[in-house]
Write a protein that binds this ligand. Structure first.
Ligand code: FES
Length: 153
C-alpha cells in the first residue's frame, strides 16, 4: 500500500523523519502550530501531512522568521483535513512578501558589505559620498542604507 498524507505516524517516526526532538514537537503543539491525536492506548499520533508544517517551522527558524509570523500563516490552514495546493498557495502569498523583504535586505547587505551601509561609522571611503557627516542619521537609527532601500543623503 502506498504512503498517504492521511497516514498516522508515531512521535518516534515524526522525530526520525524531521529531526525535531520530542520537546520541540510538544512546544509547537502547545503553541497551536501542529496537531496530534491520542489513540485509545493513549499513544500520540500525527497525520503525515503535519510533516510539512514541522518542516516549514524548521526552515523558518533557520531564517530567523519569528514564530508569530509562522503562526499567522498557519492560522489560515485547515486543521481538520490535509491542506490542498490552493490552501498553501493562499498562505504562501502572505509569506512571500515577508520573504521578499528579507531577500532584499540580504542582497543589499551583500552589495554594501564593502560600501557604506549608512550606520554613522564614517569608516568607509564610500561614506564620504553616501553619508557625509552622517547626514543619514536624520533618516532613522541603524544601517539606514540597508533598511531603507534607495535612501540618499
Ligand atoms: S558604513 Fe557606516 S556610515 Fe558608512
Amino acid at each position: 500500500m502506498h504512503a498517504s498524507p492521511d497516514d498516522h505516524l508515531t512521535i518516534g517516526e515524526v522525530i526520525r523523519r524531521t529531526g525535531m526532538p520530542a520537546s520541540a514537537l510538544h512546544f509547537y503543539e502547545r503553541k497551536g502550530l501542529i496537531f496530534s491525536e491520542s489513540t485509545s492506548g493513549n499513544q500520540r499520533i500525527f497525520s503525515r501531512h503535519m510533516l510539512r508544517r514541522i518542516s516549514l517551522i524548521i526552515v523558518a527558524k533557520r531564517l530567523s522568521i519569528p514564530l508569530s509570523d509562522v503562526a499567522e500563516v498557519f492560522a489560515d490552514l485547515p486543521t481538520d483535513r490535509v491542506p490542498t495546493h490552493k490552501d498553501w498557495q493562499r498562505v504562501s502569498r502572505r509569506w512571500k512578501k515577508q520573504l521578499e523583504e528579507r531577500r532584499r535586505v540580504i542582497e543589499s547587505l551583500e552589495h554594501e558589505l564593502t560600501g557604506c551601509i549608512g550606520c554613522g561609522c564614517l569608516s568607509m571611503k564610500a561614506c564620504l559620498l553616501l553619508n557625509p557627516d552622517d547626514t543619514l542619521q536624520g533618516r532613522g537609527p541603524g544601517p539606514v542604507r540597508i533598511q531603507q532601500p534607495g535612501v540618499a543623503p
